[in-house]
Design a protein around this ligand. Structure first.
Ligand SMILES: CC(C)(COP(=O)(O)OP(=O)(O)OC[C@H]1O[C@@H](n2cnc3c(N)ncnc32)[C@H](O)[C@@H]1OP(=O)(O)O)[C@@H](O)C(=O)NCCC(=O)NCCS
Length: 424
């Protein structure tokens, strides 16, 4: 790792400090060899002062115990019917798993406690079928969980709840993760399962708003039930105010930290708000812009600019932020004659391209040029002439639009950049 990578990671630290994350682990993940990495990542999150609540599923453990006891399950994941025999096996498997989890957390020096914070009621009759001992979350005792978090204790929430008569009910852990996140005002839910959506090769989109995630579930009946459930509850959680939900695969050893500490992330994300923002650059953005465009400069897509040059003209720059991180930029340099301006330094970070961000930046540049009274916007481009033509620019050989100084630089650079002009 080089220092630029480290800098990119550290920029997220203040953003997450003191925030609450709900990490929802499938039982199969806890059973797998991937779990040791997850444990270390949880310890890293806590050392960064992120408050973590751990919700766990237990389908794999319930199925294994049922097999051992030769019990036929009515259901293992808390979504379908739970009969008496299934409830009994489930409760045994869940309590063993919760204890094993507490033990594992101790090995990475995390103080944890199982929390009984869920009021539930029987799911009742759904589509004519009595769901037996399957429950629905009625209320989360947020105060109980918050009390643990305030004492630096990580609450472990198993997939069970009690109704007002003290009857134990089997619950679905994805639904619990959603309810817990909403009740605590969490910043994120991280669903960790063994498979990832993009491994299933059904859909390549990596970032969805709540609407698109729901639409995906209804239009893809072939989705495995576990994945459909996470997308469904993730989408509902974002509608109920949880800003981000991430679906990760534990098979990727960098899943948890990679999703959090990189702009691109490694899993699938569902977001609630307009997490994209376009704004005037500030002096403090000069370094970030310099680092952002350095790769395009290396690839000769953009001409080189020093940090000092960017800083000196920082009022000309516009930046596009995602989650508070700059992923695109454009500059509008006014011509001394005041009737025209140059669009320059248009760049969208790799991993964020083809989502319309380039178009958004060009529109912002056009608006800026109009605001300062320009009638024409021009650009010099070596590799994106075709792109600018799509954005309403036309090729021109009227180089007198450039200042003498700019013309000289253009000749010196020998990049044979094309001139493109857009009337405003
Ligand atoms: C050019 C650039 C800003 C486009 O950003 P973006 O966010 O991907 O653009 P949009 O999402 O608005 O548009 C994507 C479309 O433009 C096309 N496109 C991207 N770069 C292109 C190029 N250099 N030439 C022609 N078309 C291009 C894509 O293929 C895509 O087409 P589609 O919609 O048919 O799939 C980005 O690719 C970039 O930063 N490139 C490197 C730097 C550069 O060349 N800057 C321009 C200097 S003038």
């Amino acid at each position: 790792m080089n220092f630029s990578d480290l800098r990119a990671i550290l920029q997220y630290v203040p953003q997450f400090r003191g925030r609450t994350f709900v990490v929802a682990l499938d039982g199969a993940v806890i059973e797998s060899s991937d779990f040791s990495n997850i444990l270390l990542d949880l310890a890293v999150l806590r050392s960064l002062n992120v408050k973590v609540v751990l919700v766990h599923g237990a389908a794999a453990q319930i199925a294994a115990l049922a097999h051992k006891r030769s019990v036929t399950l009515s259901n293992s994941d808390g979504i379908g019917v739970t009969d008496e025999a299934t409830l009994e096996v489930s409760m045994d498997a869940i309590s063993r798993l919760s204890n094993a989890l507490l033990q594992s957390l101790t090995t990475v020096r995390i103080n944890a406690a199982t929390a009984n914070a869920i009021h539930a009621h029987p799911a009742g009759i759904i589509r004519g079928v009595d769901q037996g001992f399957t429950g629905t979350v009625e209320k989360i005792e947020a105060g109980v969980l918050q009390g643990f978090l305030d004492q630096d204790i990580l609450p472990v929430v198993p997939p069970v709840g009690f109704d007002s008569d003290g009857q134990m009910l089997r619950l679905n852990s994805d639904a619990i993760a959603r309810e817990v996140a909403v009740a605590l005002g969490a910043s994120k839910i991280l669903f960790v399962s063994r498979e990832a959506l993009h491994d299933l090769r059904i859909g390549q989109d990596r970032q969805w708003d709540a609407e698109s995630a729901s639409h995906f579930v209804t239009t893809h009946p072939e989705l495995p039930a576990g994945m459909a459930s996470k997308l469904h509850h993730g989408s509902r959680a974002t509608r109920d105010g949880v800003p981000r939900v991430h679906l990760l695969s534990s098979r990727n050893p960098d899943a948890l930290l990679g999703e959090l500490f990189s702009n691109e992330g490694v899993g699938t994300m569902i977001y609630s708000d307009a997490y994209q923002r376009i704004r005037q650059a500030a002096h403090s953005d000069a370094d970030a812009i310099y680092l952002l465009i350095s790769r395009a400069v290396e690839d000769e897509e953009l001409i080189e600019r020093s940090r000092a040059e960017i800083l000196a003209a920082i009022q000309d720059y516009i930046v596009l932020e995602i989650d508070g991180n700059i992923v695109g930029t454009v500059a509008v340099h006014p011509h001394p004659e005041g009737d025209r301006a140059e669009l320059a330094c248009l760049y969208v970070k790799r991993g964020h391209t083809t989502r319309g961000y380039g178009r958004t930046l060009v529109s912002a540049a056009v608006e800026r040029a109009r605001d300062i009274g320009c009638k024409r916007l021009f650009a010099l481009s070596t590799q994106a002439a075709g792109y600018l033509e799509m954005q309403g620019f036309a090729r021109s050989d009227n180089f007198s639009l450039l200042t003498a100084d700019r013309r000289e630089k253009w000749a010196e650079n020998r990049r044979n950049a094309l001139l493109l002009v857009r009337d405003l």
